[in-house]
Ligand binder design. Structure first.
Ligand SMILES: [Zn+2]
Length: 290
């Protein structure tokens, strides 16, 4: 995930100039068969749900790639490189259900609240997104309905399915980050992000650190507390144990590396998840409303 890049005056100039030449809006084709979410079936009673909010760089053809050249769509601004492969490996290792988005976060970011100003990015890591420059409320509402809410509903439905079997699932949210941000190299191999519920993230940080070969970030390279993000909306709101795992993209660019990382994470997580503390409702166990 990326958070709140600032808008320099040069960026702004570029943005306004490009936005004059691009008219992106296209109504949803009536007969289009939409598949905004990939659902990997698993056993809801296994106690784990794996989420990948930024799995894909797909943009439906009528959006004309949001006016971006292909090279930009291959970058991290369009999706979390390697995250889908890790997610699939984790789901396989646990026999867990997993949900992956089939749309680029450049269209709309499902890991933001609906009222978050970065829900639809006009500029991302220095790249102007012409197809987003003139997005108005109606177009945002259209993208919310077409992409954002189907994913949001699928996450809650999967959680409800586990809860209906008497299981409080642990939520694993899988992301990746760039090795360099604005010229500064990032030292971490992995970053564990958390907000109000440290039950899983704290011991996971300790275990990963004990592996001996990893630089592990605690709420690095981002702070995990983001009102309205997926963890907030679905894990904290339901009192479910959770962690958000970020892996540096250069470690998982190749499919077999992403898979190996997913399987490695599963083995680190497995003994931690056996702790019955993860089956408690965090809100009632702490008296907090999380
Ligand atoms: Zn992400």
């Amino acid at each position: 995930m990326n958070r709140a890049p600032s808008l320099s005056s040069v960026d702004y100039l570029l943005w306004t100039r490009l936005s004059m030449d691009f008219f992106p809006y296209a109504a949803t084709p009536d007969d289009a068969e939409e598949h905004p979410v990939t659902e990997i079936p698993g056993d809801p009673a296994c106690g784990v749900i794996v989420l990948c909010d930024h799995a894909s760089n797909e943009i439906p053809p009528e959006y004309k790639a949001l006016g971006l050249p292909e090279a930009q769509l291959a970058r991290h601004i369009a999706y979390d490189i390697g995250a889908a492969g890790m997610t699939r490996a984790l789901a396989e290792a646990f026999g867990a259900p997993a949900l992956l988005t089939n749309f680029s976060r450049l269209l709309i970011d499902p890991n933001r609240g609906e009222d978050d100003p970065t829900l639809v990015m006009r500029i991302s890591d220095g790249a102007v997104v012409p197809g987003n420059a003139r997005v108005d409320h109606e177009e945002v509402a259209r993208r919310i309905k077409r992409f954002y809410r189907p994913y949001d509903r699928a996450v809650q439905t999967t959680i409800n399915s586990a809860m209906s079997k008497g299981v409080r699932p642990v939520i694993l949210s899988i992301h990746s980050f760039t090795p360099v941000w604005r010229g500064t190299p990032r030292p971490w191999h992995t970053g564990i992000l958390w907000a109000k519920d440290p039950r899983l993230s704290r011991p996971l940080i300790d275990r990963l650190g004990a592996e001996g070969d990893l630089v592990v970030g605690d709420n690095e390279p981002y702070n995990g507390a983001l009102t309205g993000d997926v963890i907030d909306r679905h894990a904290l709101a339901n009192g479910l144990s959770n962690t958000l795992i970020e892996i540096r993209q250069d470690l998982i660019t190749k499919a077999h590396d992403a898979r190996a990382w997913g399987l490695r994470l599963a083995e680190v997580l497995r003994p931690l998840l056996e702790d019955p503390v993860h089956r408690l409702d965090y809100r009632s166990s702490t008296g907090s409303n999380a």
